[in-house]
Design a protein around this ligand. Structure first.
Ligand SMILES: Nc1ncnc2c1ncn2[C@@H]1O[C@H](COP(=O)(O)OP(=O)(O)OP(=O)(O)O)[C@@H](O)[C@H]1O
Length: 864
C-alpha cells in the first residue's frame, strides 16, 4: 500500500507539471478553445512540457497505488472520466471548469489550488477500452477467480455513465467488455470449468424490478448468511458473450428511460447487471474440490440531478428518488471511511442495501466517476469529485469465496452428470450381458437353450426399456454438459494461475455488437456537430478505417471475412479450424449434410453462435471434448438421417426461436430508431441504420419461413415414416392372416380331393345301379307282356280284395265285441286296424298312379 507521503510527493510532481488549458477564461471559452483543450489532453495525459506551476497549491489526495498488483486488496479503485463538452454546451459558450491534470489529478480551472488525486483520471478523449483496462479488468479477473467484484459509474445526469457502462457499437462499454473478457478468460483457463449466470435488475423509484422478467416487479430484498439478495430474481445461464449481451439488450428494453433538460435518453433508474461465476477444477480429480463462487456486479447509476433542473411531475418524482438514494450512498461511504461510525445506514435505500456486501469490503470495487468539464455543471462536478475522494478511503479485503458444500449450481450439475454417467455405465453393463450369456451357451447349449428361449422375450423388452433409458440419460448429460463452459485449449497453462504477460485483445464480432445501440448520441446535438463529437472518440478514425476494411472484406464472402477476423483476433484461430464452417465444407452432400450445412450457416448468422465469438466455437468444441461417449450418440442415429428426426426438428425449432428473438430485438431497435427519426428527420444515418435493420429483419424472416418449411417437412417425413411403419405392421398382420388362410385352404383343398374321389366312386356305382334298373325294367316288362296282365288291372284286383277283406273283418269284430268284456280294447284295435288298412289302401292307390309295377312289391299280409 502506498504511503500518504508517497502520494503527496507524486501529486506535487503532477502539480509542477500541470498544464493550464487554453480555455481558461470566460472570453476564450469558444468551440475552438475547447477543441484545443481536448486535443492537448489526448488520452487523458497532459503534456508535462506545457504544464504551468501553481502558487500555494491546496490539494486533496488519495493513495495512488500500483494498479497491477496489490491495489484492490487495499482500497476501492477510484477513477474519474471526463467527457468532452457536448456540442450544445459548446454552442451555449460553456467554459471548462475542471480538467484532467496529468494521469491522476483533477484540477479546477478557476481555482487551480483545488485539485483532487485519484487512481487514474481519464481525459475526454480516452477510449472506453482504456478505461476498462485500467479500472475494470482487475475486477473482472478477480471475479473469474472467485473474488466478488463491483464496478459502478457515478456522476450527475448526462455526465457519461451509460456511455461508460454500456457504450454503443463504435465504443462498447464496460459491461460488454467485461462479459467478453469473462468468456476469454474461460478460454484461457483450460484447467477449470465454469458456469456463468446473469441477472439484470433496476431500482426505479425505490422499487426493484427484474429486467429479464417483466413479470418480476417490486421484488423484495432479503438477507442470508451470504449477504443481501433479491428474492425471485430471474437468473439465466449464459453460453456466449452474444447470449449475455442479448439478455442485457432485452433487459434495456424494460429499463425506465426518459428525457430531461440535460439528456434526451436519461436513465431514470439504477441498474445492476450481475454475472455469477462458478468454477471448479476440470478433470478427473475434481470430485470433492471446492467451487469458486463469485458475483460481478456492473452498475449503471441514474444521474443525480441539480436543483437547477426544471423538472416537473413524474421526472421530478424520479429525480427526488434518485437524489435520495445517491445521498444515502454518499452517507454510507463517508461513514464507512469514518472509523468512528458505529452504524452504517445501508437500509436507508434499496441501492445501498444491495451494495452492502460490496461496500463493506467483501470484494473488489471500482468506482468510475463520470464528469463533465462544463462550467455550468461545475458545482455538481465538484460534488462528484468529493464523493469519489471519500470513496477512495473505503478499505476492502478481497478474498476468494470457496464453497465446499454442494450448493453451487456447477457442483449440482457436475454431480448429476457424474451419477447419470454411472447409471449409463450400469445400463451398458446390463446390456452387454447378452453376448456373455451366448458364450456360456456355446459351452453347454443343451442346458441353457431352454433357459435362453424362456428369457428371450423378457430380455428383449428389457433391452428396449434400457435403450430408451440410455437415450434419455445421454440427452440429459448432453444438455447439462452444454451449460458448463470449458476452454478448447488442451494444454495451455491457466490464465488465472499463471497470468500471461501482455493481455490479448479480443475484438467483438459484429453480431455481438448488434445488441448495442448504433451510437448513443446527445440527442440535443445539432447535425453539424456530430462529426466533431464523434471525432473526439479516441481512435474513432482508425475504427472507421477498420469498419471500411471489414465491409470491403465481407464482400468476398462471409467465411473469408470470418477467417480474417479470426486471424486478427488471435484467439479465434485455434478454434476456427475446427469450426462448423470448415466442417460444412468437407461434409458430403447428403440430405444429412445439407442439414448440417444449414446449421453451420445459421450459426454464422446467429449472434449467440456467431463464429467470431470464441465461446461459440468453444461450445461447439465442448461437445467433442467432454466425456460423453460418441458411440452412444451414434447408436441413436438412424442410418439415413444421421440424427434422429425428433432431434432434427428440435434443432430447427431452436434455430427458429433464436431467429425470432433476433427479429423481435431488431424490431424493437427499429421502433426506437423510428421514434428517433421522427424527432430528427434530417439525420441520414438513422434512416440508413433503419434500412439496414429492416433488411436484416426481412432476411431473418425469410430464414424463419425456410425453417418453418423445413420443420413442416420434417414433421411430415416423420409422420410418413410413422404411417409407413403402421402400414408395414398391418401388412405383416395381414400376411400372417393370409398365411393362415392359405394353410386352411390347402387343408380344405386336400379334403375336397378326397371327397371328389369318393364322389366319382359313387357316381360309378350309381351308373352300375342305373344299368341294373334298366335291365330289370326290361325283364319286368318282358314278363308282364308274356302273361298279358296289365299292371293297372292287378292293382284294382288287389284293392277290391283288400276292401272285401276289410268288410269281412269289420263284421267279425262287431260280433266278437259283443262277447268280449273289454269292449274298449277291441274298439281300439279296430280303430288301429282301420287306420292301417286305410293307409295301405291310400298307399296302394298312390303307388298305382305313380308306378304301374307296384305289384312286384309284396303286399302286406294282415292277420285277422
Ligand atoms: N466519454 C464520452 N465521449 C463521447 N461522448 C460521451 C462521453 N460520455 C458521454 N457522452 C455522450 O454524452 C451524452 C450523455 O451521456 P450518458 O447518457 O451516458 O449520460 P448519463 O450520465 O448516463 O446520463 P443520465 O444519468 O441522465 O442517464 C450521450 O450522448 C453520450 O454519447
Amino acid at each position: 500500500m502506498a504511503t500518504k507521503q508517497g502520494s503527496k510527493s507524486r501529486i506535487s510532481g503532477l502539480i509542477s507539471n500541470s498544464k493550464k488549458p487554453a480555455a481558461n477564461s470566460q472570453s476564450s471559452s469558444t468551440a475552438s478553445s475547447t477543441k484545443q483543450f481536448l486535443e492537448n489532453s489526448m488520452d487523458g495525459q497532459s503534456s508535462p512540457a506545457s504544464s504551468s506551476a501553481r502558487s500555494k497549491p491546496q490539494y486533496f489526495y488519495s493513495e495512488s497505488v500500483n494498479l497491477d498488483t496489490e491495489r484492490s486488496k487495499e482500497n476501492v479503485t477510484v477513477t474519474v472520466r471526463f467527457r468532452p463538452l457536448s456540442p450544445r454546451e459548446i454552442r451555449q459558450g460553456e467554459e471548462i471548469a475542471w480538467y484532467a491534470d496529468g494521469e491522476t489529478v483533477v484540477r479546477n480551472e478557476h481555482n487551480p489550488s483545488t485539485a483532487y488525486a485519484y487512481d487514474r483520471v481519464f481525459g475526454p478523449t480516452t477510449t472506453t477500452r482504456h478505461v476498462y483496462d485500467v479500472a475494470a479488468q482487475h475486477v473482472v479477473n478477480g471475479a473469474m477467480e472467485g473474488i466478488n467484484g463491483t464496478i459502478f459509474a457515478y456522476g450527475v445526469t448526462s455526465s457519461g455513465k451509460t456511455h461508460t457502462m454500456h457504450g454503443d457499437q463504435r465504443s462498447p462499454g464496460i459491461i460488454p467488455l467485461a462479459v467478453k473478457d469473462a468468456f476469454s478468460i474461460i478460454q484461457e483457463t483450460p484447467n477449470r470449468e465454469f458456469l456463468l449466470r446473469v441477472s439484470y435488475l433496476e431500482i426505479y423509484n425505490e422499487v426493484v424490478n427484474d429486467l429479464l422478467n417483466p413479470a418480476g416487479q417490486n421484488l423484495r430484498i432479503r438477507e442470508d448468511a451470504q449477504g443481501t439478495f433479491v428474492e425471485g430474481i430471474k437468473e439465466e445461464v449464459v453460453l456466449s458473450p452474444a447470449h449475455a449481451l442479448s439478455l442485457i439488450a432485452a433487459g434495456e428494453e424494460h429499463r425506465h428511460v426518459g428525457s430531461t433538460n440535460f439528456n434526451l435518453l436519461s436513465s431514470r433508474s439504477h441498474t445492476i447487471f450481475t454475472l455469477t461465476v462458478e468454477s471448479s477444477l476440470y478433470g478427473e480429480n475434481s470430485e470433492g474440490e471446492a467451487v469458486n463462487l463469485s458475483q460481478l456486479s456492473l452498475i449503471d447509476l441514474a444521474g443525480s440531478e441539480s436543483s437547477k433542473a426544471e423538472t416537473t411531475g413524474v421526472r421530478r418524482k424520479e429525480g427526488s428518488y434518485i437524489n435520495k438514494s445517491l445521498l444515502t450512498l454518499g452517507t454510507v461511504i463517508s461513514k464507512l471511511t469514518d472509523g468512528r461510525a458505529a452504524h452504517i445506514p445501508y437500509r436507508d435505500s434499496k441501492l445501498t442495501r444491495l451494495l452492502q456486501s460490496s461496500l463493506s469490503g467483501h470484494g473488489r470495487v471500482s468506482l468510475i466517476c463520470t464528469v463533465t468539464p462544463s462550467s455550468s455543471s461545475s458545482e455538481e462536478t465538484h460534488n462528484t469529485l468529493k464523493f469519489a475522494h471519500r470513496a477512495k478511503h473505503i478499505e476492502i479485503q478481497a478474498a476468494q469465496n470457496k464453497i465446499i458444500d454442494e450448493k453451487s449450481l456447477i457442483k449440482k450439475y457436475q454431480n448429476e452428470i457424474r451419477s447419470l454417467k454411472e447409471e449409463l455405465e450400469q445400463l451398458k453393463r446390463g446390456i452387454v450381458t447378452i453376448p456373455r450369456l451366448k458364450d456360456i451357451v456355446e459351452d453347454d447349449i443343451v442346458l441353457l437353450k431352454q433357459k435362453l428361449e424362456d428369457g428371450q422375450v423378457k430380455l428383449q423388452s428389457r433391452l428396449e426399456q434400457e435403450e430408451e433409458a440410455k437415450a434419455a440419460l445421454l440427452s440429459r448429460i448432453q444438455r447439462l454438459t452444454k451449460l458448463i463452459l470449458v476452454s478448447t485449449k488442451a494444454s495451455q497453462p491457466s490464465r488465472i494461475s499463471h497470468r500471461p504477460g501482455p493481455r490479448r485483445r479480443h475484438s467483438f464480432g459484429e453480431e455481438e455488437l448488434a445488441y448495442l445501440p448504433y451510437k448513443r448520441q446527445d440527442l440535443i446535438l445539432d447535425d453539424e456537430n456530430i462529426d466533431l463529437y464523434v471525432s473526439l472518440e479516441g481512435n474513432t478514425e482508425s475504427a472507421d478505417e477498420t469498419l471500411k476494411e471489414e465491409k470491403k472484406t465481407r464482400k468476398h464472402g462471409l467465411l473469408n471475412w470470418l477467417k480474417l477476423r479470426k486471424r486478427d483476433s488471435g484467439l479465434g484461430m485455434s478454434t476456427s479450424d475446427k469450426s462448423s464452417g470448415v466442417k460444412s465444407n468437407s461434409t458430403p452432400s447428403t440430405p444429412q449434410a445439407e442439414n448440417s450445412n444449414y446449421y453451420a450457416e445459421s450459426r454464422l448468422s446467429h449472434p449467440s453462435l456467431a463464429e467470431s465469438s470464441p465461446s461459440a466455437d468453444l461450445l461447439s468444441e465442448v461437445r467433442q471434448d467432454r466425456e460423453v461417449p460418441e458411440d452412444n450418440f451414434l447408436e441413436q442415429e438412424t442410418p439415413l438421417n444421421g440424427i434422429k428426426t425428433s432431434d432434427q426438428i428440435d434443432l430447427l425449432r431452436e434455430q427458429q426461436k433464436i431467429l425470432s428473438g433476433e427479429v423481435a430485438l431488431h424490431s424493437s431497435i427499429l421502433k426506437r430508431l423510428s421514434e428517433e427519426a421522427s424527432r430528427n428527420p434530417l439525420k441520414e444515418h438513422i434512416q440508413l441504420e433503419m434500412k439496414k435493420l429492416s433488411d436484416e429483419i426481412k432476411v431473418k424472416n425469410e430464414q424463419i419461413a425456410l425453417l418453418e418449411k423445413q420443420i413442416a417437412d420434417s414433421i411430415m417425413a416423420s409422420h410418413n415414416s410413422l404411417a409407413n411403419l403402421e402400414a408395414s405392421q398391418t401388412i405383416a398382420e395381414l400376411t400372417a392372416q393370409l398365411n393362415e388362410k392359405s394353410f386352411e385352404l390347402e387343408v380344405k383343398a386336400a379334403d375336397n380331393c378326397i371327397i371328389q374321389d369318393q364322389l366319382s366312386q359313387k357316381i360309378c356305382e350309381c351308373e352300375g345301379l342305373q344299368e341294373t334298373i334298366v335291365s330289370l325294367k326290361q325283364q319286368l316288362s318282358d314278363a308282364l307282356e308274356s302273361k298279358n296282365i296289365s299292371p293297372l288291372a292287378s292293382y284294382s284286383q288287389r284293392i277290391s280284395e283288400l276292401k272285401s277283406f276289410h268288410a269281412q273283418h269289420h263284421m267279425n269284430k262287431e260280433t266278437a265285441a259283443s262277447k268280449d268284456r273289454n269292449e274298449d280294447l277291441l274298439l281300439q284295435a279296430q280303430h288301429n286296424f282301420d287306420h292301417v288298412m286305410a293307409f295301405e289302401v291310400a298307399f296302394l292307390i298312390q303307388v298305382r298312379e305313380v308306378n304301374p309295377y307296384f305289384s312286384l312289391i309284396r303286399p302286406l299280409r294282415w292277420k285277422n
